[in-house]
Design a protein around this ligand. Structure first.
Ligand code: SAH
Ligand code: DHB
Ligand code: MG
Length: 222
């Protein structure tokens, strides 16, 4: 089994079950034209995020790591018209491509992109007493995951769902000899989440058109 096989199955699943539309396809082609790296979630993963957010009944969604707004469009589609999505992005160029893509997808009015280092944006929201979020998607720099978890918890309530992307990294997550700072970031994130009595969670490995990786999923408990 290899990436070619996983991609074939992803294509098989996506064509009837997930669907694609012009807005999502255009978001990817515009991101590509603008030189953004193709590290967005896969279509079936994007739809999974939409479903998880909808299942949690979210009206306030926080995303950490916007890129060209592909996952943002999926998450925005889980929201009622009164909903809000705040997405945090370091790179002004990524944010500007994402802004256009969100407008193109007709969800621009639901989404606010905040440009700058995510930890600073999160601290700013905490200081401002921002209302807690219902659903949080962590997908920015992997080194930052431990801090994003801690700050996300301060923007959560009992019942908030937290999903983190890229926690398997080709299986490197279980290589205790790894010195890759991204792997170390994810390991520290998983260890802290596991030992935090406020969180109940799990992680699952995934294969598909985006290779071998996985998600971690938590709910904030009493
Ligand atoms: N969620 C997107 C992919 C995000 S890729 C999708 O699936 O479509 C990760 C993004 O995080 C990149 O755009 C990168 O610029 C951004 N990023 C990296 N470091 C960051 C930081 N410190 N603060 C905020 N964003 C950061
Ligand atoms: C990388 C980041 C991501 O969010 C992703 O989904 C895949 C790869 C990266 O930084 O390499
Ligand atoms: Mg990712």
């Amino acid at each position: 089994m290899n990436e070619e096989q996983w991609s074939k199955v992803d294509q098989y699943l996506v064509s009837p079950l997930v669907g694609s539309d012009q807005s999502l396809n255009q978001a990817l082609s515009k991101s590509d034209e603008a030189g953004l790296p193709p590290i967005n979630v896969a279509p079936n993963q994007g739809k999974l995020l939409m479903l998880l957010s909808a299942m949690s009944g979210a009206t306030r969604v926080l995303e950490i790591g916007t890129l060209g707004g592909y996952s943002t469009i999926w998450l925005a589609r889980s929201l009622p018209s009164s909903g809000t999505l705040i997405s945090l992005e370091l790179e002004p160029h990524h944010a500007s491509v994402a802004r256009d893509n969100l407008e193109g997808a007709g969800v621009g009015s639901l989404v606010e992109i905040r440009v700058g280092p995510a930890n600073a944006s999160l601290r700013h929201m905490i200081d401002e007493g921002t209302e807690p979020f219902d659903f949080i998607f962590i997908d920015a720099d992997k080194e930052g995951y431990p801090e994003y978890l801690e700050l996300s918890l301060r923007l959560s309530r009992v019942g908030t769902v937290i999903v983190a992307d890229n926690v398997i990294r080709n299986g490197e997550v279980s290589n205790i000899a790894s010195t890759d700072p991204r792997v170390l970031g994810v390991r520290t994130f998983l260890e802290r989440a596991s030992s935090d009595s406020r969180l109940k969670g799990t992680a699952v490995q995934t294969v598909g058109s985006k290779g071998y990786d996985g998600f971690a999923l938590f709910v904030v408990a009493q």
